[in-house]
Write a protein that binds this ligand. Structure first.
Ligand SMILES: N[C@@H](CCC(=O)N[C@@H](CS)C(=O)NCC(=O)O)C(=O)O
Length: 217
């Protein structure tokens, strides 16, 4: 277990650089640290006004970035969560390879539907297809993607499902159909977890503010 807090740069809220923002990739990394009980220190980055020191450690200007034990900084939530799994193997959050991509198409299909201005372009159906596929998986393997224990695939999906819930609720008055009971229970279980409450955006308004320019584009 780490004795010193791991440093991690994450997105600050839109218009509130002092509050935790709405980046699902940042939250995925924070969730991994929380679930592994690794002490960490967040540095909130105002992505509309990136400081010079941040651009030096994250040349592409992206969050999250995390400082490794050797003092080097690394970007990309896939890379960072794998590093954390290797460095802090207990508790293991490894998802078996055959389940690693469960739910992976939900985020891109959600974004297409959210931005869609044509109700007949099939984007809602495409999202429903992905949610139904998750429903079937959870029905036979749940309550989490890998069964009884939460794993990396859930921690990747949880913030994305939260964005889906908040943004589609706000911009389209749309919610996950009630009959997808396993998906609804799964979302509730994830959002009520201590790790999620400790790492979620400071308010739904920041999730909405984050999507607004993309929805109105
Ligand atoms: N593939 C990256 C995506 C990271 C990403 O897109 N971060 C966004 C915020 S959610 C960002 O840094 N945006 C700032 C910018 O592009 O200027 C990961 O998994 O970490």
């Amino acid at each position: 277990m780490a004795t010193e807090a791991v440093e991690v740069c994450v997105k600050a809220a839109v218009g509130r650089p002092d509050l935790l923002g709405d980046c699902p990739f940042s939250q995925r990394v924070l969730l991994t640290l929380e679930e592994k009980r690794v002490p960490y220190e967040k540095k909130l980055i105002d992505v509309s006004k990136k400081p010079e020191w941040f651009l030096r450690i994250s040349p592409e200007g992206k969050v999250p970035v995390l400082k490794y034990e050797d003092g080097t900084w690394h970007a990309d939530s896939d890379v960072i969560t794998q590093y954390l799994e290797d460095k802090y193997p207990n508790p293991s959050l490894a998802t078996p390879p055959q389940y690693a991509s469960v739910g992976a198409k939900i985020f891109p299909t959600f974004v297409t539907f959210l931005k869609s201005k044509d109700p007949n372009d099939g984007s809602e159906q495409a999202l429903l297809t992905e949610l139904r596929s998750l429903e079937e998986h959870l029905k036979s393997h749940g309550p989490f993607i890998n069964g009884e224990k939460i794993s990396a695939a859930d921690l990747s999906l949880a913030p994305k499902l939260y964005h889906l819930k908040v943004a589609l609720g706000h911009f389209k008055r749309w919610s996950v159909p009630q009959e997808l009971t396993h998906v609804n229970n799964y979302m509730n279980a994830l959002f009520n977890r201590e790790s999620f409450k400790n790492t979620k955006p400071a308010g739904e308004e920041y999730v909405i503010a984050g999507w607004k320019p993309k929805v109105e584009a």
